[in-house]
Design a protein around this ligand. Structure first.
Ligand code: NAD
Length: 374
């Protein structure tokens, strides 16, 4: 198969979907790799390192799409990239289609087979291609929140860890999955007082063991969250309902319960946001204020640390890229039911039920769609 790697064009995105190690594995398995010139530069990977492992460098995205059967990317395709997709293409990237009706329609109209990193599951139902970026985003969330609490940045002016004789800040993490646990670990490391809320009791049990008494675990009822809001300095929203738009865990009217200059970080913004007042922001302009509360809602947080993120992401995606290249979508999906869960769009049909429901598209069973496409 010919695998194409375009340069990411979304604002402030410096990651790349394949490293020279990935090129080496694909070429050793008999595949060809086309890399757009400069695709790796944001992650400190020059073209020459790809060439050394057997990739061909091409001039622009149009040449990548024209020459490749499978396009591997990081972020969802931008309109100029959707325009380059053809029915023969496999697109393998983050898509986050549930809150994106226009993009979903664009991918359906393209006729391409579109596989979303974030809905691929492993044998335990976890999300192996979201996890590495969630680890990064969780760690950044606390770091960014701590920074935004500083007075010159519009924050309350409180130090997360306090000092001897002065109390630490209170950090509330809502959603104790991969993002939430990593956010909590950094907050614990910074010596804040930390509360982690989730609705899954088994998850709360796991977290309780992992924290070893250094953070409190709490059931995420609306009332309990509301009661804690007047005391918190930093709230990190990290809930996820797989493949669906994030539920609101803080409503607009609840913001007035919070202290002026408190900070909320909505990591779930890529699934539509879990605070009612959230809207996506970028690293160049990451915050805005509503009712005296600073909102940090950067939709591609791991993009800020591309060297860490590119390697963390590609370590996780490469086995799937190889499987798809070796076996094609249909056989790879039959051999790995978790990979099958990643296939969101085939031949003009939506094959992932939560996205179909959220975007008002008709749902078609994956193998029916693949059968019709064959
Ligand atoms: N902004 C970014 O750059 C960025 C980067 C990585 C991940 N994310 C997003 O962060 C979110 C969390 O990802 P994750 O990998 O931690 O997911 P995860 O599945 O590991 O964890 C989500 C947790 O939310 C809990 N949850 C669901 N509904 C809840 C509710 N109403 N109240 C409290 N808890 C609830 C679940 O029980 C689960 O423990 C996702 O939306 C993901 O897309 C964003």
């Amino acid at each position: 198969m010919r695998i194409g790697v375009p340069t990411e064009i979304k604002t402030d995105e410096y990651r790349v979907a394949l490293t020279p190690a990935g090129v080496r594995e694909l070429v050793d398995n008999g595949h060809e790799v086309l890399v757009q010139t400069g695709a790796g530069v944001g992650s400190a990977i020059p073209d020459a390192e790809y060439v050394e492992q057997g990739a061909e460098i091409v001039a622009d995205a149009a040449a990548v799409f024209a020459g490749a059967d499978m396009i591997v990317k990081v972020k969802e395709p931008q309109p100029s990239e959707v325009a380059l997709l053809e029915p023969r293409h496999i697109l393998f990237t983050y898509l986050h289609l549930a809150p994106a009706t226009e993009l979903t329609q664009g991918l359906i109209d393209s006729g391409a087979t579109c596989i979303a990193y974030e809905t691929v599951t492993d044998t335990r139902g976890r999300l192996p291609l979201l996890a590495p970026m969630s680890e990064v985003a969780g760690k950044i969330a606390t770091q960014a929140g701590a920074f935004m609490l500083e007075k010159p940045l519009g924050g309350r002016g409180i130090l997360l860890g306090g000092v001897p004789g002065v109390a630490a800040a209170n950090v509330m993490v809502i959603g104790g999955g991969v993002v939430g646990m990593n956010a909590a670990f950094i907050a614990i490391g910074m010596e804040a007082t930390v509360y982690v809320y989730d609705r899954n009791i088994d998850r709360l049990r796991e977290l309780d063991i992992a924290f070893g008494g250094r953070a409190d675990t709490c059931y995420a009822s609306t009332l309990d969250i509301e009661k804690r809001l007047p005391d918190v300095d930093l709230v990190i929203g990290a809930v996820l309902v797989h493949g669906a738009k994030a539920p609101y865990v803080i409503r607009r009217e609840q913001l007035k319960l919070m202290k002026r200059g408190a900070v909320i970080v909505d990591v779930s913004i890529d699934q539509g946001g879990c605070f009612e007042t959230s809207r996506p922001t970028t690293h160049s302009d990451p915050t805005y204020e509503v009712d005296g509360v600073t909102h940090y809602c950067v939709a591609n947080m791991p993009g800020a640390v591309p060297i860490t993120s590119t390697y963390a992401l590609t370590n996780a995606t490469l086995p799937y890229v190889l499987h798809l290249a070796d076996a094609g979508v249909e056989r790879a999906s039959r051999e790995n039911p978790g990979l099958a869960k990643g296939v969101n769009v085939v031949d003009g049909k939506c094959t992932y039920a939560p996205v179909a429901e959220a975007t008002g598209q008709e749902y078609t069973e994956l193998f029916d769609a693949l059968g019709a496409a064959a």
